[in-house]
Design a protein around this ligand. Structure first.
Ligand SMILES: Cc1cc2nc3c(=O)[nH]c(=O)nc-3n(C[C@H](O)[C@H](O)[C@H](O)COP(=O)(O)OP(=O)(O)OC[C@H]3O[C@@H](n4cnc5c(N)ncnc54)[C@H](O)[C@@H]3O)c2cc1C
Length: 453
């Protein structure tokens, strides 16, 4: 049961962060209006998903805490991740880690948005199709008790200045290619050469001078259980040149298939099974993200404080899957805090809410993303982590746990503290663990032959 608190909230942007917060605030008794530049049909069928949006334990609990559907019953789940690293042309590192205490789930952001928007309106929320500019935001914020800006990385984000002390990069570290495809099951027979879990483990491959490739189970809005591909290309690489040629779902799959033939042939039989999703011309995207942290609170021309939510506040390169997770965690915390608050949602209140999110999640999530990006500033110790994971399944599991809860990585600022965390995670001395490291030599190749059956 919801009771009216007599308070109003305005949310600009109907991505998954905005609509999740909107439903939550509605349940807390707020009178909520969502403003969107696109109508519901366009949000579902007229745009690509804003990312793969694989989410793990804490982000799923955040959704549950708002009473939202997590799709755990309908989506193909992942229970771990197999990692392979090619370094200087050599097949160097291979490990297969299991998620400890959570499962991964990647649901089409357009499906989540559509479902949640429908529920929001059924429960009495107001949905207004209107692109909001800074002037319009001033008018909206003057009337609402609480105004949240969730317009993604573009939109109204420039209202929130970048915080240079919290931001490591001034440009994207990778070019991205993402798409969704069908035709491959999720059973133990696929990717069996990488993991006994087969298709229940995400597959990440790092080719040191080119970039990274990820395959993972996905719930597509039309085609249901499918596969998501994510590719990262380093600046100036052959992969970057290939990604730049993609103009359609078909060409995305062709580029990825050729890339596997030339660089990652051990997974090629899986990739050749895949087909584009005919009913969705927007099943692909290319682009790049500058990872950054903005000020969590901005002010309109009339001086009204407004809060940034999701990608508008903090943007991540997707290599460690932190963007959607962070947005949902931030939205849930803000909704619960607002529900328990009696006073005005002034600058001090909004700032405190953002700082808590930054302290408890975003700062560590930015650092873990830098680790997975092989940031040169972390190079002295960053490379130890994958080597250690190949020698200890316990450590591999804990390393993947940083994608769910990145906070333990905050203790790592030097080679000595990196080795301390490795020892803590592995439950044995780091040097002994690293001494066991032997290069993979030659990765096992896929023996998949589905089409032949
Ligand atoms: C390739 C890729 C892969 C990713 N993979 C992962 C992953 O595996 N795990 C993970 O956690 N994260 C991942 N992310 C990040 C994740 O997808 C995003 O963090 C998340 O989807 C952002 O949601 P959002 O609601 O904050 O923003 P958006 O989804 O961008 O929503 C913003 C909405 O605001 C609307 N809007 C914009 N301007 C206006 C305006 N002026 N007025 C009204 N409305 C406006 C837009 O139309 C849009 O609907 C990935 C990102 C990318 C690019």
């Amino acid at each position: 049961m919801t009771t009216s608190s007599g308070r109003s909230a305005a949310i600009i942007g109907a991505g998954q962060t905005g609509v999740s917060a909107a439903l939550g605030l509605l349940d807390k008794g707020f009178d909520v209006t969502v403003y969107s530049n696109l109508d519901q049909q366009q949000l579902r069928d007229g745009i690509p998903a804003s990312g793969t949006a694989l989410i793990l334990g804490a982000a799923q609990r955040a959704e549950e805490s708002l009473g939202l559907n997590t799709y755990l019953a309908t989506a193909p789940l992942s229970t771990g991740e197999s990692v392979r690293v090619v370094d200087a042309g050599a097949e160097a590192i291979a490990f297969d880690g299991w998620f400890d205490g959570f499962r991964g789930i990647a649901v089409d952001t357009r499906l989540k948005t559509d479902d949640r928007l429908t529920l929001f309106q059924q429960r009495g929320g107001r949905f207004v199709v209107q692109p909001v500019d800074p002037e319009g935001l001033d008018t909206i914020a003057a009337k609402a008790d609480l105004t949240l800006v969730a317009t993604g990385r573009g939109g109204l984000s420039s209202l929130f200045p970048v915080n240079p002390a919290r931001t490591a990069y001034d440009k994207p570290q990778r070019s991205l290619l993402a798409f969704t495809v069908t035709g491959l099951p999720h059973g133990p027979e696929v990717f069996a050469h990488r993991s006994t879990a087969g298709g229940a483990h995400n597959a990440l491959t790092v080719v040191a001078d080119q970039g990274e490739v990820f395959w993972g189970p996905y719930l597509h809005k039309d085609a249901g259980p499918t596969w998501a591909f994510l590719g990262w290309a380093r600046p100036g690489s052959d992969w970057e040149r290939r990604f730049a040629t993609v103009t359609s779902a078909e060409s995305a799959l062709t580029v990825a298939t050729d890339l596997h033939r030339d660089y990652i042939d051990w997974d090629l039989p899986e990739v050749t099974e895949l087909r584009v999703i005919d009913e969705d011309p927007h099943s692909w995207l290319t682009g790049a993200v500058t990872q950054l942290v903005r000020s969590g609170v901005g002010h309109t021309a009339g001086g009204h404080p407004v809060a940034a939510l999701g990608d508008t506040a903090v943007a991540f390169d997707p290599i460690a899957g932190q963007g959607a997770q962070g947005g949902l965690i931030q939205a849930a915390a803000l909704v619960h805090r607002a529900g328990a608050h009696d006073g005005p949602f002034d600058t001090a209140w909004l700032t405190a809410a953002f700082e808590e999110f930054y302290d408890h999640r975003a700062r560590a999530a930015q650092q873990v993303t830098r680790l997975f990006l092989a940031d040169p500033e972390l190079a002295a110790y960053g490379s130890l982590f994958f080597a250690a994971a190949s020698g200890s399944s316990r450590f591999a599991s804990k390393l993947l746990g940083l994608l769910d809860d990145p906070r333990p990585f905050e203790s790592v600022t030097s080679e000595a503290t990196a080795k301390q965390l490795i020892a803590d995670f592995a439950g044995e001395p780091t040097d002994e663990l690293l001494a066991r490291f032997v290069p993979a030599g030659r990765f096992q190749r896929s023996g998949l032959a589905l089409s032949a059956v």
